[in-house]
Design a protein around this ligand. Structure first.
Ligand SMILES: [Mn+2]
Length: 598
């Protein structure tokens, strides 16, 4: 109900709209024994899905395709195996985000614990977000060349696909580079100087699942390397598999926002990974569970997305990313707790910076919205480059339009930015088109359909904006743009039970492109009380026919604001079902996401 600036409510108030349903999937799901609600949830999350439903509904590792299907997979694995048997020094080069860090852990633990490579022969190379930038950056190349002993092999994960010039420099210096990545390739194709480039998005790659995360590509390549070493007789047949590391892959997959929809691979690794995480074998999971409290158990995909992910990312956003790596690799609870303190502190600072930047961004966006711009491009002069992406997501959420948030880059005269998109707009394609329209205004960009990064010369900002808006308009046509909440329709009063929540949970994990169910309905307010330190949350009792439920609405009010409704009023709510645990008893709670007077 928060009034934002002076924009009309049609621009700022989300519309509740039921998700469109795929009738074929709906019918098939019921034929396969799912109940009406479950069939509805599937049919609205898998539009046009033609594959078998079982691998999605009952995710299992047996549906994973063999890593040999990855183009260059065999070549990459054999080069890694050779480096292991010949005692080479190896560099592990990854990005600083959760996907990069979890990839790093997978590669490192496999080399050390399964392949017996001494730590002294490994170099961890993680770029600094602000000083070094993404991928195989020039500073990272220089650091690699100055190492002693200098590695003869560099394995990348989650990056490298568009770093040909830097890969060529390493190659000239006698260093082979095995790229493992999942980011879209440059139009010229895989980097020619790489010894191997494993990337499921390669046009010649037959791996069936193109949407796996960087950590999963790394896991598959390292699994194949194990296989090769056994084939060569360099490792015993009984060498353990990499399955325990799927815990890290689950975290990287969820945090990287890859699709959990029609991807049997992603659903299988997240589901299996969560089972492993909930055994709490590694100190990092135990420390996190302790910090979040008893109610956080067992961890689900949302715990990874909203608790683990942001803490690991926060460190790299603001400072150097090695604390996150040390946290993930911590061998004792004491070390894990100490590293988690560091991550938590950074996460608190990140939240504060983010709140300031989001406020400024909304004010700037209001100007563009008043002019009905189809995409929001805002420059935050004093903004922190590490938080651009989060702020861009907030704008997308608030206004239902693609958004790019720019700040000053380290390089004088340059701006750097992150963008987030809406359902109907492929952001990287739009940037590719922008580049064609105004090459000088966009010398550097990369990303996926939903998220991307840009480098823009400051003096070209106006030209960039014009070209980007044209590119977005070309793609969107006259699609109406407004903030929207997709809902799964209504539940009857009889369905407001924990049993319904069980039916929903069976279909998990939920995440990107497989959203947690959100329902809508009319409720009468029976009781109402602001809670929280600044009184911005609302604790309510809501009735629906004969049923009364407890409900909580987080951030319902801006601090100091009074609710615009009272006991006895009818609200139209968008809500999730939640399991509330108190003194060992479970009860149903509604988590209200949005409400207005009916
Ligand atoms: Mn990634």
């Amino acid at each position: 109900m928060n009034a934002r600036q002076d924009l009309p409510s049609s621009v700022t108030q989300p519309r509740l709209e039921p998700r469109p349903l795929d009738e074929t999937v709906y019918a098939r799901a019921q034929l396969e024994g799912l109940n009406e609600l479950q069939a509805r949830l599937l049919a609205s999350r898998l539009p046009g899905y033609q594959g078998a439903l079982t691998p999605l509904v009952a995710p299992s590792l047996r549906y994973l395709a063999h890593p040999e299907k990855l183009a260059d997979g065999r070549r990459a694995a054999e080069r890694i195996a050779q480096a292991v048997t010949e005692g080479e020094s190896i560099g592990i080069l990854t990005d600083y985000d959760v996907d990069g860090i979890t990839s790093h852990v997978v590669i490192r633990r496999t080399l050390v614990e399964l392949f017996g490579v001494p730590e002294a022969r490994l170099h961890s190379l993680i770029g600094h977000r602000i000083h070094d930038g993404y991928g195989i950056s020039l500073p990272l190349v220089e650091r690699t060349l100055s190492l002693s002993p200098r590695p003869t092999l560099v394995i990348t994960a989650d990056c490298g696909s568009s770093d040909e010039p830097r890969i060529a420099r390493l190659k000239e210096a006698g260093i082979d580079v095995v790229v493992s990545d999942h980011h879209a390739l440059a139009v010229e194709g895989p980097p020619g100087s790489a010894y191997a480039c494993v990337n499921p998005t390669r046009s010649d790659c037959t791996y069936p699942d193109k949407t796996i995360a960087g950590c999963m590509v790394a896991w598959l390549v390292m699994s194949l390397a194990r296989h090769v070493l056994i084939e060569w007789g360099a490792l015993p047949e009984a060498t353990p598999k990499l399955s325990p590391w799927l815990s890290y892959v689950a975290l990287g997959t969820v945090a990287d926002c890859v699709s959990l929809g029609g991807s049997p691979a992603n659903r299988a690794v997240v589901s299996q990974g969560l089972t492993l995480i909930n055994r709490m074998d590694a100190a990092c999971w135990r420390a996190m569970a302790q910090r979040l409290g008893q109610d956080s158990m067992p961890f689900n995909a949302e715990t990874l997305a909203f608790q683990m992910g942001p803490r690991i990312n926060a460190r790299s956003r603001l400072d150097d990313p090695y604390a996150a790596l040390h946290f993930m690799l911590a061998e004792s609870d004491a070390i894990a707790n100490r590293q988690l303190d560091v991550l938590d502190d950074d996460n608190q600072s990140r939240k504060a910076i983010e709140a300031d930047m989001a406020q400024e961004a909304r004010a700037l966006a209001a100007v563009e919205l008043a002019a009905d711009a189809t995409a929001l491009v805002v420059l935050l002069e004093d903004g922190h480059p590490g938080v651009q992406g989060i702020v861009a997501s907030r704008l997308v959420q608030a206004y239902g339009r693609p958004a790019l948030v720019l700040t000053r880059a380290a390089q004088p005269g340059m701006l750097t930015g992150s963008g987030r998109s809406i359902d109907g707009l492929h952001l990287r394609d739009a940037l590719q088109r922008t580049h064609e329209l105004a090459p000088e205004a966009l010398p550097r960009f990369g990303g996926h359909s939903g998220a991307a990064g840009v480098g823009v010369p400051r003096e070209q900002l106006a030209a960039f904006k014009a070209a980007f808006l044209q590119a977005v308009n070309e793609q969107l046509g006259d699609t109406p743009l407004y903030p929207r909440l997709w809902t799964d329709g209504e539940l009857s009063s009889q369905q407001l039970t924990l049993a319904t929540l069980d039916d929903i949970d069976v279909l998990g994990p939920y995440g990107r492109e497989f959203d947690p169910p959100l329902f809508e309905g009319r409720f009468i307010v029976e009781a109402l009380r602001p809670v929280g330190a600044d009184g911005s949350h609302l604790m309510m009792e809501l009735s629906h026919g004969p049923v009364t439920c407890k409900a909580i609405w987080f951030r319902a009010l801006t601090p100091g604001e009074l609710p615009s409704f009272d006991v006895g009023d009818t609200l139209h709510c968008a809500y999730k079902l939640n399991r509330n645990r108190w003194r060992g008893r479970e009860s149903l709670q509604l988590m209200v996401e949005h409400a207005r007077l009916a």
